[in-house]
Design a binder for this molecule. Sequence first.
Ligand code: FAD
Length: 301
Amino acid sequence: AQNERATSQPSKLKVSFEFFPPKSPDMADQLWQTVEALQPFQPDFVSVTYGAGGTTREPTLSTVGRLIAQTPLATAAHLTCVAATREEVRLVVDEFKALGVRHFVALRGDPQGGVGTRYEPHPGGFENAADLVRGLREMGDFEVSVSAYPEKHPESQDETADIEMLKRKVDAGATRALTQFFFDNDTFERYLNRVRAAGITIPIVPGIMPIQNLSQLKRFASMCGASVPERLDRRFEGTEGDAQARAEVAADIAAEQIVDLAKRGIAEFHLYTMNRAPLTVATLTRLGLGARSSSLSGAAA
Ligand code: FAD
């Protein structure tokens, strides 16, 4: 498999960064400062999320447009198919295409009633993420990445059903999967072995979440079906009231996770930046990636 060449040289690691579209001028300033700070790490690509049901259509389009126009970064647009007709999706794809987008991260999106409610395909829409991948491949010569869930998606009956869906997305033309964040590398390795045993050969790129705020992360993780091991509580013990110390711990945790995965032969990583640079910079600096030294002030909330 392409992303499992053994590497003992962190400088050979490939990274990608995920951003979300800003909701206010202040958040836009923060995003552009983040983009500027992360650009020197020469990511393989960056990606911008897209609200399910098209809720962030305009801000995603403008963020992607600005990244393409004003930076040298290869920029992927996330796209969801929930609550949209095929025609609506096609129109958005045309707009992204006109901006210069050549890479989509194709997703179904959460059901309109929120996580935990039942997903119903739109009567005139794509049935699921695999159907969307097929549609995108028909609409243009696009690179298409998809999601993968090392701890299974909360809606999946079991891991087998989950990997079967990934296989359908690959058969439809996906060439890379980006995973939900996870913190237990053994869980990821077991998942990867099952994925390979199912005949899936595309790169499965671990999603790495540097921990900005442990309590918030736990709430979010419980909705996504991702677990947060107790050992992480212990790592942060004694850092209450000391943002700098928390940031150091968070960067150590993320860097250690990447180093361990690299030892297991993984060479590509997708970092959830939360539109903030300091923790991502600190993590990559610990890996010896990029020459910049980082100030950690304000890195962890
Ligand atoms: P799929 O891959 O289609 O399905 C995930 C799993 O759920 C499958 O393995 C399958 O077994 C099971 N499943 C799917 N449908 C059913 C069903 N009807 N019945 C039973 N089981 C079912 N969301 C956004 O809104 N915008 C984004 O930009 C975004 N980016 C993401 C990026 C990454 C890397 C990841 C991991 C997730 C992202 N999400 C995003 C979240 C994603 O939209 C949700 O997790 C959503 O619930 C599933 O979409 P999917 O494409 O992953 O689904």
